[in-house]
Design a binder for this molecule. Structure first.
Ligand code: NAD
Length: 353
């Protein structure tokens, strides 16, 4: 099978591609325009593989998309390309509309015309998998979980743009019949995440003895999933999910932001016993809350567990240990990313996505 992965040079897309190349026989085309958030080092283990190809393509450019589909003739599209950082969406929402909404419509239109040109078994087998976030559901109180039936109530420009793209995907299925499947996942963490998100930012700042910013009182709750578990869920949904359905994905690992930051600090105290910054908790600083900051996200994952037999392998603790160790061992990768690509006057003030 030929698979197009959009956003394959990003944090989650690269984990999906590593999995597809290492554990399946499928061919993969990574379609990515290489924004600041991309990191091709995340693909160094697979980029020479004969089943891997890269296309430097922007989903905002419909003509370029049509050429890629015409030449590659995919059986499956896994759509991950997006602007993904909430804080950036607050500062510059237009980019999020252009890529997440208009780009997704461009991709849907390209897929529609390509799919319409197919016949028989090829047409029936085609799938468009749209990868989205639990943030489209808005904010929970102390009780309850997001299910696939929860009404959408996005609160940030990022989540609103993802919600809009989810609606487009749904509409293209209902109106034109394209075989789509959508997934909505909670916060991911793991190796190769761009160092503006809460976990990598906290690890890197703590290693360097810089302050560890925490929004508000740190009591906002997120559900966390190790990125390789999400990649496996995505592969399962793309290959076996029911057409027209939505699947929620999560780690059943709710933590307050301050718990996450304290866990990282104690791991670093343990792994770096000679660090002069121990105890790393002393670096924590509470900063003004993010506007529109959702209080709690929590996911009911019973549908994907029941229908597709997926469940995470890593606990929050085991995944966090792997992540902290990766950032300690790969200083060269994140230093280069920060130096080369981050126009980061706001470094030090980024929080959970
Ligand atoms: P990321 O920011 O790390 O990577 C995004 C990738 O998309 C980058 O490689 C970037 O170059 C590419 N891209 C951006 N704009 C593009 C464009 N116009 N054309 C082509 N490529 C473009 O994001 P991520 O964290 O890997 O997230 C991937 C997807 O998963 C996104 O759709 C995001 O909304 C969703 N998601 C993320 C999380 C999370 O915790 N990170 C959780 C749930 C869902």
């Amino acid at each position: 099978m030929r698979v197009i992965v959009t956003g394959g040079a990003g944090f989650i897309g690269s984990a999906v591609i590593r999995l597809l190349i290492n554990e399946t026989e499928h061919e993969v085309l990574n379609l990515d325009c290489l924004t600041y958030a991309s990191d091709q080092a995340a693909l160094s283990s697979v980029c020479e593989h004969p089943r891997y190809r890269f296309s430097h393509t922007d989903i905002r450019k419909p003509d370029a998309l049509r050429r890629v589909f015409r030449d590659y003739r995919p059986h499956l599209v896994m759509h991950l390309a997006a602007e993904s950082h909430v804080d950036r969406s607050i500062d510059a929402p237009a980019d999020f509309i252009e890529t997440n909404v208009v780009g997704t419509v461009n991709l849907l239109e390209t897929a529609r015309s390509y799919w319409s040109s197919l016949d028989g078994a090829e047409k029936r087998a085609f799938r468009f998998h749209h990868v989205s976030t639990d943030e489209v559901y808005g904010s929970l109180g102390a009780e309850g979980y997001f299910t696939e039936e929860t009404a959408y109530a996005p609160n940030s420009p990022y989540s609103a743009s993802k919600a809009a793209s989810d609606h487009m995907v749904r509409a293209w299925h209902a109106t034109y019949g394209i075989p789509v499947v959508t997934s909505n996942c909670s916060n991911n963490f793991g190796p190769h995440q761009f160092p503006e998100k809460l976990i990598p930012l906290t690890i890197i700042n703590a290693i360097e003895g810089k302050s560890l910013p925490v929004y508000g009182n740190g009591m906002n709750i997120r559900d966390w999933l190790f990125v390789e578990d999400h990649a496996r869920a995505l592969m399962t949904i793309a290959l076996r999910g029911r057409v027209g359905e939505t699947y929620n994905v999560g780690g059943d690992a709710e933590r307050t932001n301050i718990e996450v930051v304290r866990s990282i600090c104690s791991l670093l105290d343990e792994i770096l016993p000679h660090s002069s910054f121990r105890p790393h908790e002393n670096l924590i600083r509470f900063v003004a809350d993010r506007p529109g900051h959702d209080m709690r996200y929590a996911i009911d994952t019973s549908k994907i567990r029941r229908e597709l037999g997926w469940q995470p392998v890593e606990s929050f603790e085991s995944g966090l240990r792997k992540t902290v160790e990766w950032y300690i061992d790969n200083r060269a990768i994140w230093t280069r990313l920060l130096l080369d690509r981050y126009q980061g006057e706001r470094l030090g003030l980024m929080g959970a996505r």
